[in-house]
Structure formats: C-alpha cells, structure tokens
Design a protein around this ligand. Sequence first.
Ligand code: G
Ligand code: G
Ligand code: MN
Ligand code: NA
Length: 257
Amino acid sequence: LNLETDLRRALERHELAVYYQPLVNLANGGIEGFEALARWQHPERGLVSPLEFIPVAEDTGLIVSIGRWIMQEACRQLSAWQAQFPGLQAKISVNVSGVQFAQPDLADTVLQVLEDARLEGRYLKLEITESVLMHSSEGANAALGRLQKREVQFLVDDFGTGYSSLSYLHSFPIDVLKIDASFVRRMAVEAKHDEIVQAIVALARSLKMEVIAEGVETLASLARLRELKADFGQGYVFSPPVDAQAATHLLASRPHW
Ligand code: G
Ligand code: G
Ligand code: MN
Ligand code: NA
C-alpha cells in the first residue's frame, strides 16, 4: 500500500492517461478548448484521483517528470487534432503545480514540449493556482515573460479561493481568470455567490482579461453566466472530462451548447 513506489513506476508502465474536458465559448456555444486532467489507472486500486496522487507527486518531486509527460501528451494530442480537423482553433490548458512552477528550467521545458509537438505557443494555456502565483519568485516571473513572448497564455486557477491579495495580478502576465467551482455551484441558491461571480467578471473586464466559470452543473447556472457575459464555461452540464477518443468524437460532432 505504497502510492509513492507505485507512482514511480506508473509512467513507464503506461498507467497514466490524460483526460480532456471541453471549455465552452458561452457566446456561441462552441468548443473553445480543453483542460487536460491527469488520470491514473492503478493495476490493483483502479482509478486513483489526482486529488490523491498529485500531492504525492509534488512531495516526492515526481511531479516534474509526470507533469512534463502530461504536457507533452496534451500538446501532441492537440497537434494531432489540428491535423485531423483543419482550421481547428481549440486551445489546450495544462495544470502547472507549485513544484513545477518553481523549476528554474520551466520555460525551457515548455518551449521544448511545444517544439516536439510542433504546436504554436498561442494554443497552450498554463493553469496556475492563486496561491502558487502569490508565493512565486522573480525567476518564475522571468520564465512567464519568456513564454508570453511565444504567446503562451496564463490562467489563474481556482480564482477567489486564495488569500485576498490581488497584487500578483499586475506582477504576472495573466490572461484569464478561472472562477472557482465553489462560487459557481452556489450562485443559483445564494445571492452572495451570484454577486461574487458578478464581481469577478467585472474585475476581469476592467483588467482586460478573459473569464472562465468552472463547475457549471445546471442549465440555470449556465443561463445566468450567459446573462453576466462570462466568456467561457466548463462543467458537467457540457461534458465531464473524457478520454482522448471520446474528445475526438466531441470535436467531430461539433456540439453547440
Ligand atoms: O480532474 P479532477 O477534478 O479529478 O482533478 C482534481 C484536482 O487535480 C484538480 O484540482 C486538478 O487541478 C488537479 N489535477 C488534475 N490533473 C492535473 C495535472 O495534470 N497536474 C496538476 N498539477 N494537477 C492536476
Ligand atoms: O484544475 P481544477 O482544480 O480546476 O480541476 C477541475 C476539476 O473539477 C477536475 O477534477 C474536474 O473533474 C472537476 N469538474 C469538472 N467539471 C465539474 C463540475 O461541473 N462539477 C464538479 N463538482 N466538478 C467538476
Ligand atoms: Mn485547472
Ligand atoms: Na479550479
């Protein structure tokens, strides 16, 4: 019963997979992109949640190789979709953990992944949580600057759940705020949460950033987010995270939500 030992072997044993959850453009209902989400099919335990294994991967430093593999896999997949669906403008979002963010070769790694996948930087978004951004160094800021020159975009994940400091918003080249699911899920039942979502949309507007609502589970919250003119939505009302094959079918069927 040792996750760490098993996780060390998971990559070489091909037990890790990337799932894809669509991000939907709320103005036209089309697929704006996908978030890449790691899945681990453990030979005895079955599916292990990233909530369980990502912290182990961070504590052991395994997240560096695992995170790089996930980014590679996701970028290669989007590149394959671009070949299969000419003119495809969908982007891929990849989560970057605190340990990865603190690696001095972060920018080199990302640029190498893009080159290997033959993917332009403008198709890649990196999701970084608020707390990681707030505790980051000058070095990380320089890395983001290098990536920004290649049009890689940066997204604040779980926005609204960190501390109340917003100073990182002007220290980093942030393009998108992703409103945490906890606000979105409760906006229909608690006026306060609706107001928080409104305020975040307004903040994004005035900072010239885009805004994504995650955890969109009901048609009522979808309708409300459209009213508030949030740019993008993500959640079970559209689709859960699905494997690459199912995501390919989604793209082929050109859904319109
Ligand atoms: O997909 P799911 O909702 O089960 O993910 C649970 C948590 O694990 C989320 O907070 C998500 O950000 C995180 N997570 C999923 N995949 C990755 C990944 O590839 N890298 C990192 N750092 N976190 C991930
Ligand atoms: O990276 P982040 O912490 O944002 O991870 C997103 C997580 O949210 C993933 O684990 C994904 O499976 C999960 N998720 C996606 N859509 C929904 C939803 O509509 N409701 C809930 N509760 N979770 C969702
Ligand atoms: Mn995320
Ligand atoms: Na999130």
